[in-house]
Design a protein around this ligand. Structure first.
Ligand code: SF4
Ligand code: SF4
Length: 136
C-alpha cells in the first residue's frame, strides 16, 4: 500500500553532516520532499519531511533512521495556542513548515489551524509572548 506521511526528524550533532536521508531513496525506495531544514541553537539538526512510498519500505526506512540515532517526532505530542497570550504579531507565519498559521487580511488576526500542525516545535521558540505550548 502506498503512503505519504509528514514526519519530523531530529539529528544529534554527530549526524548533522551525514547524508542519512538520501539512504531513504537509495536503500528503501522512498521519495522525500524537504519541507523545512534547520539547525537549532543546541546544534541539533531538524528536518521536516514528506515521505512517500510503500508502507513496508517506509517502516524499514524509519527503523533504519531510528537505529542510526535519528529521533522521529512522537505523534503523541500536540501543540496548542494560548489565545490569551497571542498578540497576532505574525512571527510564526513564515516559520511554520506546514502553513498552520493564516493571516486574515481584513482583521489582521493570525489564525492557528491545529489540524495542519506537525508539532515540530519551531514556532514555540519563535513566538515572542510564548503563546505556543507543547503538550505530551
Ligand atoms: S508568533 Fe505567537 S504571538 Fe505572534 S501571531 Fe504567532 S502565536 Fe501569536
Ligand atoms: S509546531 Fe508550530 S511551526 Fe511546527 S507545524 Fe506546528 S504550528 Fe507549525
Amino acid at each position: 500500500m502506498a503512503i505519504a506521511k509528514r514526519i519530523v526528524l531530529r539529528f544529534p550533532r554527530r549526524l548533522v553532516d551525514r547524508p542519512i536521508v538520501s539512504c531513504l531513496v537509495k536503500d528503501f525506495n522512498l521519495d522525500f520532499n524537504i519541507l523545512k531544514a534547520s539547525v537549532t541553537p543546541e546544534e541539533e539538526g531538524l528536518l521536516v519531511l514528506e515521505v512517500s512510498g510503500e508502507q513496508e519500505d517506509y517502516d524499514k526506512g524509519i527503523d533504519y533512521l531510528t537505529k542510526t540515532g535519528v529521533r522521529i517526532q512522537s505523534l503523541s505530542q500536540d501543540v496548542t495556542r494560548n489565545e490569551e497570550r497571542c498578540t497576532h504579531c505574525g512571527a510564526c507565519i513564515t516559520i511554520c513548515p506546514t502553513g498552520a498559521f493564516e493571516l486574515e487580511p481584513l482583521t489582521r488576526q493570525v489564525n492557528f489551524l491545529n489540524e495542519k500542525c506537525l508539532a515540530c516545535e519551531l514556532c514555540i521558540k519563535a513566538c515572542p509572548p510564548r503563546a505556543m505550548e507543547l503538550h505530551f
